[in-house]
Design a protein around this ligand. Structure first.
Ligand SMILES: *[C@@H]1O[C@H](CO)[C@@H](O)[C@H](O)[C@H]1NC(C)=O
Ligand SMILES: *[C@@H]1O[C@H](CO)[C@@H](O)[C@H](O)[C@H]1NC(C)=O
Ligand SMILES: *[C@@H]1O[C@H](CO)[C@@H](O)[C@H](O)[C@H]1NC(C)=O
Length: 501
């Protein structure tokens, strides 16, 4: 039996697993277009759209790759990346678009399947399509867990029966509260949109919405009817092992978009995702492969493995500057070319999308402005409790890094901050953690914390003890030296064949 002991290692950006971070500073469009869900017609809700200018309500691979430009940094990437936009509903009923800050980042994590690490990572095939998560979901329902509580340690998910695809999918979203003066939150930490009071009180730099895509593929279907059945999550969402029948490991796509919710601080009203979702349980994201060629993408997967994650460190990528990325715009279909989607948009969300609270799934019908009473959410959304007097973060609350070693607490992992070098790029690289570091500890969870231009990698480790008396100790290690990281890398390889607990 495992006795929970936590310790934390903070490291600067570096890690054994490779990745690159596609920067998409330009937004090709903001429009009700969705070639997966509404092919050939106007989409239900507004999406922010990035990469190929060839995007349309019926875009094919050829349309994407033959388009004039991409709103991303790498000219060989004319994929389609899209996800719902965010709106603010003023107290008087008027909706206003929330500004998107800095475009979008699409991370490509190159982690192999932990069950079969030798098989590597396979490039997306031509025209491959998928949706991450379910737009119609309106509740959080993992083993009776309250969405406002922090996830259990990843090492416990399987034992708790929390590795079904619907469970993993619900954990594949993060609403990251940004305050650059405070310790950052971990990626995929909070799985719902904080309410307005919470945002005003805690998130003075806005919110970063993160979505992780499934990265295990059945190896044959480019798409399926619901655009999700051909893919699956590995059992730790961002990492872990693929389920049976989904043996082909794809790059792990992860979108990050920052929204200036802080522009509405002190303004009466509430935030709503464009699909009529106040809580974000139905937040989703979409992708169509539009890389120059599959062979090219496979070369990038094999070659672009510099630990920095910077696209500049990949010798294959041709990089265009930000102004060029920003100039790249798609052509809107005439039916929606004039639709008001930016600034003040009127008394309903674009497309007359109604807010549907759940907990039952939303309908796809867009019933229009609702005049009747709607069901209230069954989950209560109190703001997370912040750091306790002793400085220890409280589970379910917002954790905060302190500059001193916090008092050990049985219920919470302890965090300690350490200055990290800001990378030269204007934006934040995401680190990828080694699976284990040397020592008598097992890594149970890794988190990525963004502070301004730097990323902290937090590795939560757990000591293995075989006694029945619970004792808790908290140790905080300094960042591993480059040597330790190399050892960690080696260690990971040694462990790679072992079955996960
Ligand atoms: C509602 O309030 C917003 C913010 O004050 C304002 O810009 C907008 O014009 C108002 N709408 C109406 C219909 O009065
Ligand atoms: C990774 O990129 C850095 C520059 O950011 C460079 O100094 C280093 O040599 C590269 N490493 C490898 C293994 O190519
Ligand atoms: C929660 O959402 C799921 C997925 O939409 C749905 O199947 C389930 O019925 C919902 N639960 C309740 C209590 O409505």
């Amino acid at each position: 039996m495992k006795i929970d002991t936590s310790l934390v290692v903070l490291a600067t950006v570096s890690g054994a697993a490779a990745f690159w971070r596609m920067e998409c500073r330009g937004r090709a469009g903001l429009a009700r277009i969705d070639p997966l869900v509404n092919p050939g017609e106007v989409g239900q809700h507004v999406h922010h759209i990035h990469a190929s200018s060839g995007f349309s309500e019926k875009a094919t691979y050829d349309d994407l790759v033959n388009a004039e430009c991409t709103s991303c940094a790498v000219t060989q990437d004319k994929s389609a990346y899209w996800a719902p936009a965010l709106y603010f509903n003023h107290a008087n009923g008027t909706y206003q678009a929330v500004e998107q800050v800095g475009g979008m980042l699409a991370y490509y994590f190159l982690r192999p399947d932990a069950n079969n690490p030798k098989s590597g990572v396979t490039a997306f095939p031509e025209d491959f399509r998928m949706i991450a998560r379910d737009s119609l979901r309106r509740n959080y329902s993992i083993g009776g867990q309250d969405a406002t509580k922090a996830d259990p340690e990843q090492s416990l998910w399987a034992a708790l029966g929390q590795t079904t695809q619907t469970d993993l999918e619900q954990r594949a979203v993060g609403f990251n509260c940004l305050d650059y003066n405070k310790a950052p939150e971990g990626s995929l930490y909070r799985h719902y949109m904080p309410d307005k009071d919470y945002l005003d009180a805690n998130c003075k730099d806005g919110v970063r919405i993160e979505v992780m895509f499934p990265s295990c593929w059945n190896g044959k279907d480019l798409d399926t009817k619901n655009h999700r059945d051909h893919v699956a999550y590995p059992d730790l969402v961002m990492a872990g092992g693929c389920p049976e029948g989904f043996d082909v490991k794809l790059p792990g796509l992860f979108y990050e978009t920052i929204w200036a919710t802080n522009a509405f601080a002190g303004v009466d009203g509430k935030f709503v995702v464009a699909n009529g979702d106040e809580k974000g349980f139905g937040y989703h994201a979409d992708f169509i492969m539009g890389w120059e060629s599959v062979d090219y993408l496979q070369s990038a997967v094999d070659v672009c493995t510099n630990d920095s994650g910077k696209i500049q460190d990949c010798p294959l990528f041709n990089i265009q500057d930000e102004p060029t990325q920003r100039q790249c715009q798609m052509k809107l279909p005439s039916a929606i070319a004039k639709e008001k989607v930016e600034g003040l948009v009127g008394e309903t969300l674009p497309g007359d999308v109604a807010i549907q609270f759940g907990p039952e799934p939303a309908t796809n019908k867009n019933p229009g402005p609702q005049t009747t009473t709607v069901a209230v959410p069954t989950v209560s959304y109190s703001a997370g409790i912040s750091v306790s007097a002793s400085g220890s973060p409280v589970v379910g609350g917002v954790f905060k890094q302190s500059t001193t070693i916090p008092t050990p607490s049985a219920s919470a992992a302890a965090f300690s901050a350490q200055a990290v070098d800001a990378p030269a790029s204007a934006v934040t690289p995401a680190p990828v953690a080694p699976a284990a570091l040397a020592g008598d500890y097992e890594v149970v969870r890794t988190e990525y914390h963004t502070v301004g231009n730097a990323v902290n990698m937090v590795i939560v480790k757990e000591a293995v003890e075989y006694q029945t008396i619970a004792t808790t100790t908290v140790t905080v290690q300094a960042a591993p030296s480059a040597k330790a990281r190399r050892e960690a890398h080696a260690h990971r390889h040694r462990r790679s064949g072992r079955a996960r607990r």
